[in-house]
Design a protein around this ligand. Structure first.
Ligand SMILES: [Fe+2]
Length: 388
């Protein structure tokens, strides 16, 4: 239990008068943690889900439809997902997000080609967070690399409505997608339990320098997503999750403590994914990639980290380079009616810079409005110039 008797609400997500401003490791309490995480998801709280499995709501992409099908229904999905991220299980699965297996396989082939090229030049990322060396293969910044390698395929892959809906549900518009492919080899060991970027990447000393209000803020600035490019039965080690753990305020500090790791290993849940399924979770949910106990499954996932326009994304992504590569493909897809206007907008949102700051206020005068010209508009202008 806490060593400070004046602090009585360490596990609560609300910041009240009795919540300490400066959290330290002594504020972490397994007993208080249990109160937060030992709950279930009542199906009545997630009416749009088709099922609840191990407290995780399961949706079906067929129920969601296309982005311009039924705006009211999609707002209802986003509202339900926002509550799941904020105060519910913290994670959900969308079955059959990618029903076009040919498209998914084509993307996998391009990504494997990039893996092979990087292996030749030894320029691959070289290491991973929270996993021993050699356990898996990582392709960092796969988002930009796929876009430049095959813009038409990138556009069709990113026209899918589920990722933008999940992104907007948690982050609002102007989100920024980054992605890293993770291929977990047969026999690979599990990751250690952790939270994710931002504060999940910081050590205990650094965490203590941020007030509790920022501990709470961190998880609202990013969203984690997984696109399953291969089947992921439980024995292949899909992500282990501890539902509701995003609600535990001192959780960034707690992930550095062995008692919380032990609790996680005893109580986590793990859902199998089929090829084409997606899973999304609040980055503050305690989680870890599982052990691949198979002898023959290369578990292949494209891991999305989607950043708020209000925050700093985890990776450098050259969005002007992406826009220039994409523009001719988007023009062709528009002319051939392969993608409709909403899908084209979705692809642009997945690639271009959609937030107008930071700006050069000497050039983008505040007199012309509070927000400078959108940088995706500038990117598009550059792309048009270069394609002619
Ligand atoms: Fe992670």
């Amino acid at each position: 239990m806490s060593t400070n008797p004046s602090n009585t609400q360490h596990g609560a997500s609300q910041i009240g008068e009795t919540t300490p401003v400066w959290l330290d490791p002594a504020h972490c309490s397994i007993d208080e943690f249990r109160v937060v995480v030992e709950q279930d998801t009542h199906p009545a709280t997630v009416p749009l889900a088709r099922a609840v499995v191990s407290a995780i709501p399961i949706y079906d992409a067929e129920d969601i439809g296309q982005l311009d099908d039924n705006p009211d229904r999609q707002r209802a999905f986003m509202a339900e997902w926002n509550r799941v991220f904020a105060s519910g299980a913290g994670a959900f699965v969308v079955r059959r997000t990618y029903r076009d297996a040919e498209l998914l396989d084509a993307v996998t082939d391009v990504l494997n080609g990039i893996f092979a090229e990087e292996a030749k030049t030894h320029s691959a990322g070289g290491g991973d967070h929270f996993a021993p060396a050699g356990a898996n293969s990582r392709l960092w910044n796969a988002h930009e690399k796929l876009c430049v390698a095959n813009p038409e395929l990138f556009a069709r892959y990113n026209a899918n409505p589920v990722v933008p809906l999940a992104s907007r549900a948690w982050l609002g518009p102007a989100y920024q997608i980054t992605s890293a492919v993770n291929v977990v080899h047969p026999g690979s060991k599990a990751q250690s339990c952790h939270r994710d970027y931002h504060m999940g990447f910081q050590d205990v000393d650094t965490l203590q320098k941020y007030p509790a209000s920022v501990h709470r803020l961190s998880a609202t600035l990013t969203l984690q997503g997984t696109i399953a490019h291969s089947a992921m039965p439980v024995e292949s080690g899909p992500t282990k999750l501890l539902p509701f753990s995003q609600c535990y305020l001192p959780g960034y500090l707690a992930t550095h403590q062995s008692s919380f790791h032990d609790y996680f290993e005893e109580h986590h849940v793990q859902l199998p994914l089929e090829k084409g399924d997606t899973m999304f979770f609040n980055p503050a949910v305690f989680h870890a990639a599982g052990e691949n106990r198979t002898s023959d499954i290369q578990r292949f996932a494209n891991l999305l980290q989607i950043g708020s326009g209000y925050g700093r994304s985890i990776e450098y992504v050259d969005r002007l380079r992406m826009s220039i590569a994409l523009y001719p493909a988007l023009r062709q897809l528009k002319q051939s009616a392969a993608l409709d206007a909403t899908e084209l907008e979705t692809v642009i949102a997945a690639s271009a810079e959609g937030y107008p700051f930071p700006a050069n206020l000497d050039i983008d005068s505040p007199l012309s409005g509070m927000a400078a010209a959108l940088r995706d508009a500038l990117c598009a202008q550059q792309a048009r110039k270069r394609s002619h």
